[in-house]
Each structure stands twice: as C-alpha cells, then as structure tokens.
Design a protein around this ligand. Structure first.
Ligand code: ZN
Length: 347
C-alpha cells in the first residue's frame, strides 16, 4: 500500500487537506473505560487521527449492558465529562456544537469533535434530560442500538425478526424535541417501522451515520434499497460502515467497502454518501477472551477490514477510491463535503 507513485500520494494529500469527516466513532465509551488515566485522547488516538487526516469526528456515547438501566444516566454524563477533561489537556481538539464552530476549529487546524449518542438509554423516558444533554453539547442522536428502549427498537443482526413496532410515544416526542432544539436525528440501527416513523416526523435532511447496504449484507440492522432511496429523496446522507461489509470474512475487503458506496451512489447519487467507519478494533483488542466470546455470540459476523482497521488507514480508502476511478470532486464529497453540507443545514 505504501508503494503507490508519488503523484498518487500527492493527490491523496490534496484531497485530505480539508480533513476527513467520520460520523461514528465509539470514543466516549473508551475514554470512560480508561478514566483512571489522563491524556488518553492525545496518546491513544491523536497519532492515528493525524495519520489519517481526520478533521471531524462524531464521538458517540454508548452505554454497555452492565450499566443498564440504573447507571445509564451517570455513565452517559461521565463519558461527556471525560471528553471535556481530555480536551482541556490537548489543544489539538475542539468540541463543536454548530457548523460555525466546526469551521472555526478546522481553520485553526484542530480536530472538530461532535458529541453523539448511540441509544437514548441515558435519558430513560425523561424528555427533560434531552435538554441537559443538548446543553452539554450532544448534537447527533440515534434512538437505539440493537436493543429496545423507551424510544423504540433496533434492527436485529439477522435478515428477519426485528420488532414490527414503530417508535413509542416517548420516541416520537423525543424526535420532535430533537428537531426543535437542533439535534440531528440519526437513523442508524433503528428498525424499519421506527425508520419510517422518524422520517414522518423530521423535516431536516435525514442521516444514517453508520450502516451498510442489505444488498451485500442482508440483516435488518443495515438498510435496504427502498430505505436508501427515501434518504436520498430527502437530501440526506448515509455513512458507510467498515465492519459490516460482508457476512463472510474473506469478502470483508476495502474493495467490497467501496462496493457499498457505489451501490448507494447508483441509487441516490454522489451527494448521498459519506463515511461512518465505526472502527472498533481498538476496543476488541482490549477485551479478555471471555469478553470476545460474549461479543461473538451476540454479533457473530462482524469483520474488521485488515487495511481499514483504524483512522490511520484513511488514506488507504482514498487510494482505493482513486483506483476505482472516482474523480476528485466525487472523492471530496465522500470524504467531507456531504457531511459538511448536513452540518450547515442542521447545526
Ligand atoms: Zn453502531
């Protein structure tokens, strides 16, 4: 991968000059799990972010099963607290709450962090708490992970079997309140009925921060062609996930990752795709054998792409887009322009 001609490397550097935008990274859970250390952001993450020219990152709150339900609120707030503390200790980052703050951070050469929430378990069923999370900076909310909660149900990691119920009354109120406050509602993970309920409720361009095409990986956690078209018809953007590219390990390759982009582009055009890498190898690496076994039992066919396993590999992705014949304008839209347009419209 490092033996590409200098002209290609120059082209990649030029394409990355504005910074790559990734709409899903499980950073906050990791900062929380490493709360007995400081400078985690600077030592564990900054080198990879810099190597991949990462410019904007949505850092997600996620509550692990062992904290449910009673500690979800405290752990969610603690995750945000760790981010603020870590940011204080590194001038390379800015926590951003608006499009103009993201732009300013980028002009200063900082990595813009957007706080996201993956599953609203920290809120319980209390709409007032949404306001609190908004005030401390949450700007992207996905209602569920694979679990069900007070707002709705997630799509299962199988071709059938998700709940047929849409959002609960609380879930619908929550979506309306997100729109009123200026929080982007993320359709990643939600089941099909919830997906349609959200689209009925929101007016902003819809986003799916990290998902894959069911054409290549047919599970209800991913999205089908009709769903992709609904996002496209409303001017939305779909972030393509790197860990659910294929149920088969041997097909979990950079080329097949690009196939997902091409499929979505075929259906809704180049303005409808972005990156939602969902890198996860850094968490997996830290687990014990027992934790890995539990994970494989729950999510048996999640595969990391060897040369797209972390943010330092972002240039491999851009090199692959060039190899596959994408032009500079198309690549810029995928790497950052489409997501930046969403931020401009919604934040
Ligand atoms: Zn996820």
């Amino acid at each position: 991968m490092s033996d590409s001609p200098p002209s290609i490397d120059k082209r990649i550097a030029r394409l990355h000059a504005n910074g790559v935008v990734d709409l899903h990274f499980d950073l906050l859970m990791d900062l929380y799990n490493k709360r007995d250390r400081t400078d985690v952001l600077a030592t564990d993450f900054l080198p990879e972010f810099r190597a991949g020219d990462i410019g904007v990152l949505a850092a997600a709150i996620y509550i692990e099963d062992q904290y449910l339900p009673d500690s979800a609120l405290a752990v969610g707030l603690d995750q945000i607290a760790r981010l603020y503390l870590e940011r204080e200790r590194s001038d390379h980052f800015a926590i951003c709450k608006s499009h103009s703050e993201i732009k300013r951070a980028r002009e200063q050469g900082k990595i813009a962090l957007l706080i996201a929430m993956e599953g609203v378990e920290p809120l319980g069923a209390d709409l007032n708490l949404l306001r609190v999370f908004y005030e401390v900076g949450v700007r992207v909310i996905g209602l569920t992970h694979a679990r069900s909660n007070a707002a709705g149900s997630g799509g299962v990691f199988a071709a059938t079997g998700s709940s047929l119920q849409g959002l609960t009354a609380f879930g619908r109120d929550l979506v309306r309140e997100c729109e009123r406050l200026g929080i982007i509602v993320d359709l990643a993970h939600i089941n099909a009925a919830g997906f349609d309920d959200i689209l009925k409720t929101i007016t902003m361009p819809p986003i799916v921060s990290h998902t894959n095409a069911r054409k290549y990986y047919d599970i209800e956690r991913n999205i089908g062609d009709e769903q992709i078209k609904k996002i496209g018809a409303r001017g939305g953007v779909i972030g393509v996930n790197s860990v659910l590219v294929s149920p088969r390990k041997e097909e979990s390759t950079l080329d097949h990752y690009v196939d997902h982009f091409e499929h979505i582009i075929d259906l809704i055009g180049i303005d409808g795709v972005g990156i939602g890498f969902d890198f996860f190898e850094f968490i997996y690496r830290q687990w014990s054998e027992a934790e890995r076994a539990t994970f494989h039992q729950k999510f048996p066919r999640v595969h990391v792409i060897a040369d797209l396993a972390n943010h330092a590999h972002a240039r491999n992705f851009t090199r692959k887009l060039i190899e596959r014949g994408f032009n500079d304008e198309q690549i810029e839209k995928i790497l950052f322009r489409n997501w930046m347009r969403i931020f401009e419209q919604s934040l």
